[in-house]
Design a protein around this ligand. Structure first.
Ligand SMILES: C=C(OP(=O)(O)O)C(=O)O
Ligand SMILES: [Mg+2]
Length: 557
């Protein structure tokens, strides 16, 4: 970088692109008064608390309406938590114990959090959201602004310790040029959201803590570099690079191909009915992962076969003539269903989830396959089905048999458990295709909870051990000529996509916004380039080195 001293700080790049601008930090949570004075008028204080809770709920509802997509559901769920009648009861009890209002609110949330944590599973994960809701409510009773995304009146680089769903849901890509967070991992919702908005983002950047408001920074979302006080020459070069990249992206279209014409199907992930229009409009070859959970979660009763049929028919109509890979229900454990008895699970991620739920509730799987088959009958979409959380060839065979018995001709399985990758040859002998879910495969390979921001380095999809499991699976697919897809977040990283193709992956499924960059990267590299990059990544000592070495080598190609 010439004579100028530019030492970037680094994190994990989770959304590609180059951007620069002054730092604006997420507004800090309010501080509780140091001395706690009892409220003279408890009923009046309780009324203020109720008003603050209502204000926070209204704020979340408004953001939910603006957000759309999965973010809208998260925000609505949060708004319901704030309106839980247990909260005012807890606040009243604290006020009557002699606490001041702000402390009473904070204590009440802490008690509520403990109660949720004790229930385990999905609700326990939601408990972390309560800290954000507590801060917003305390800010309102203290009469200070709610913590959250700043609006300095000009474009900025948003820097935060971490981002709550309420913050990320309404980020405006015209104002937020890039995102840098201290915490968060490659599969965190910050990463997924930044990618879907096309905002360059770096997570797990410990040095972000030292970035003060107004500091100019240049962010490289692909490599995870953040250059502090970048010299003009570097900014100009980055701007030229970004403009060239934008022009190239806008010009890229059509099916995925390597530079020497090897087809790599480019597909989209769809997780909610409301994402459908945008997903169908994207230049893709179809849906590589339809997450059907949206039909089952957050409802008191099981959807009927007819209701399911209508939903699937809507998706198939939007993708008429294209491929749609429907994943059967991936509930259980961290995503419990209100209408199913899940039993007591001390270790939810290792419990009865995904296809395992069919051991207890076989009829639910049969009903879902019936509905998918009925919707397929009336459509021109090329409908494939696949099962989540498959661990053995026997499970894969059982699922494929069930699918065929329902008149569904193409049945596959997800590879999300190391056991399925290690026996990919036998799994593939038992079904028609596999799709690698790198989010869960990373979690189970590294024994690291995918929600744990602190373990982000272990969950990095560039981890060579994870790539080794992809290699085994890819080789098994190549040996028998059956498709091997990737539908986890790894597929949306243009550089990693090259490595995956080099490991034998034949299709990549991702957020629609990520497609053009992946298409462009493929078009610039031959299959032999991809294989060489894959060898580099596999032999690197860790994820960071794998990424660095592949980036350097790809530039020379
Ligand atoms: C695609 C995957 O499934 P989900 O993220 O829905 O668990 C995965 O695990 O990589
Ligand atoms: Mg998964």
């Amino acid at each position: 970088m010439g004579e100028v001293d530019v030492r970037p700080v680094t994190g994990i790049g989770v959304s590609p692109g180059v951007a620069h601008g002054p730092v604006a930090r997420l507004a800090e949570p309010p501080r509780l008064p140091e001395t706690d004075v009892p409220e003279a008028d408890v009923p009046a204080a309780l009324e203020r608390a109720r008003a603050a809770l209502a204000e926070v709920a209204a704020f979340l509802d408004e953001r939910s309406a603006q957000a759309g997509g999965e973010a809208a559901d998260v925000l609505l769920a949060q708004s319901m938590m704030v309106l839980d009648p247990a909260l005012p009861d807890r606040i009243r009890a604290r006020l009557e114990d002699g606490r001041g209002l702000a402390h009473a609110v904070a204590d009440a949330f802490a008690g509520f959090r403990d109660a949720l944590t004790a229930t385990g599973g999905y609700l326990a994960e939601r408990a972390a959201d309560l800290d954000d809701l507590r801060d917003r409510t305390v800010a309102r009773v203290l009469g200070v602004p709610m913590p959250g995304v700043p609006d300095p009146g000009h474009p900025f680089v948003l820097v935060a310790r971490d981002l709550a769903p309420a913050d990320t849901a309404v980020l405006d890509a015209r104002k937020v040029r890039a995102i840098v967070t201290e915490l968060g991992g490659p599969t965190s919702h910050t990463a997924i959201l930044a990618k879907s908005l096309g905002i360059p983002a770096v997570v797990a950047c410990a040095d972000a803590a030292g970035l003060a408001d107004g500091t100019p920074v240049l962010v490289r979302g692909a490599s995870g570099e953040v250059v502090v006080d970048p010299p003009d020459s570097l900014v100009e070069a980055a701007e030229a690079e970004a403009a060239a990249q934008a022009a190239a992206l806008a010009a890229s279209s059509g099916p995925g191909r390597t530079a020497d014409g090897v087809p790599v199907a480019l597909l989209v992930n769809v997780g909610a009915a409301r994402d459908l229009t945008a997903a169908a409009a994207a230049d893709s070859e179809g849906v590589g992962l339809l997450r059907t959970e949206f039909l089952y979660l957050d409802r008191a009763e099981e959807p009927t076969v007819e209701e399911q049929r209508r939903s699937y028919a809507e998706v198939f109509a939007a993708f008429a003539g294209r491929k749609v890979v429907v994943r059967t229900l991936d509930a259980g454990a961290d995503k419990p269903l209100a209408f199913v008895d899940h039993g007591d699970e001390p270790n939810p991620a290792l419990g009865v989830r995904g296809l395992r739920l069919a051991r207890r509730h076989r009829r639910m799987l049969d009903d879902q396959l019936t509905a998918i088959a009925a919707a397929r009958e009336e459509s021109t979409a090329d409908v494939w089905v696949m099962a989540p959380m498959v661990s053995t060839p026997t499970e894969a065979a059982d699922f494929a048999r069930a699918a065929r018995a329902h008149g569904l001709p193409v049945a596959g399985t997800m590879v999300e458990v190391p056991a399925a990758a290690l026996r990919a040859d036998a799994v593939l002998a038992a079904c028609d295709f596999v799709s690698i879910g790198t989010n869960d495969l990373g979690q189970y390979t590294f024994a690291a909870d995918r929600m744990a921001g602190e373990l982000a380095d272990l969950l990095d999809p560039w981890q060579p051990a994870l790539l080794e499991l992809v290699r085994i699976t890819g080789a098994a697919g190549a040996a028998v000529g059956k498709p091997v897809g990737v539908c986890g977040e790894a597929a949306s990283d243009p550089l990693l996509a090259l490595v995956l193709v080099g490991l034998g992956v034949t299709s990549l499924s991702m957020a629609p916004a990520a497609l053009p960059a992946v298409r462009l990267a493929l078009a610039a590299h031959t299959a032999a380039d991809c294989a060489a990059l894959a060898r580099l990544a596999l032999t690197a000592p860790d994820a960071a080195r794998a990424r660095e070495e592949v980036a350097a080598a790809a530039k020379q190609m």
